[in-house]
Design a binder for this molecule. Sequence first.
Ligand code: COI
Length: 363
Amino acid sequence: MSFSVRRSDSPRSAEERAAILAAPGFGRYFTDHMVRIEFRDGAWGEGVVEPYGPLTVDPASMALHYGQTIFEGLKAYRQPDGGVATFRPLENARRFQRSAQRLAMAELPEHLFVESIRSLVDIDREWVARESDDSLYLRPFMIASEVGLGVKPANAYTFLLIASPAGPYFPQGVKPVSVWLSTEYTRAAPGGTGEAKCGGNYAASLIAQAYAADQGCDQVVWLDATEHRWVEEMGGMNLYFVYGSGSSARILTPALTGTLLPGVTRDSLLTLAHDLGYSTEEGKISTDEWAAGNASGELTEVFACGTAAVITPVGSVKHAHGSWTVGTGEPGPITMQLREKLLDLQTGRAPDEHNWMHQLVSA
Ligand code: COI
């Protein structure tokens, strides 16, 4: 199976591309092409690679009114031989299907998801950085495109894939972030959409992020909706807690209760931490336990993880009644070791022992 291709007649020149790749930031520039697949009359149509550009959207398209929009995020990395590979794309394809199911949208078959990525990276391969850990961030998404104002699952959907050269997600790089423990807002409640990667979850997070910024913090930490005690996530990222140090360290991440986003990076780090000889656990940690572990010195490092920012250390915590510094306030050794291990694997500097890399373009 291959998609039909309509090449851009005005792609950026090599010089324009090089200027963008020199300082891409995150999500600010887009490559010359995109992929589109339409779902109509109960079936997916042909995949099309076409010039990147504005969509024509009917003002009564259901996505604009009732929020049937879902997305994914994954990255393509230049490999040492000059080829391009991505990381565990089937995990994203499957999560995209689960998100679609939760939002009562059409499910895109896995092979179309993966082929869309292969086709776009194939045509826009020069947009994948050749030096550094920079990557090409891939953003698959789907919107309800049926026209009408009745509240019901749409019968027409548009799947699109765009790509954006990516440097560090946070402008300050891997500098530790300060976090605000939010008791004012919740990200997700039992039975809600917390497990789905839907636009509405991110829209609903913005006011809490703004509140955290007003308190002088970089990021918001989400607590459970019922008791406001159990730590769930940080912004759009999963969290990890490191107890102890050296080879006896124990690493805990909040369990997937149904209200957390099941991150691919989160899942991969459970395996990589185990490979490095650490004991790992999916469990629970309350804000009181976080404070107590920090005070006793037992809890040594905390970090957040996700595709966009990879691993970001948490340096300090603030809440309505106090604040504390996490460990030394500097990036911890296990945090940085895991970050390097994952990036080495994704950029092909380390062997792919778990068969996680998926080649998109050969050298
Ligand atoms: C990620 O950590 O990759 C995310 O999901 C954040 C993204 C919405 C920019």
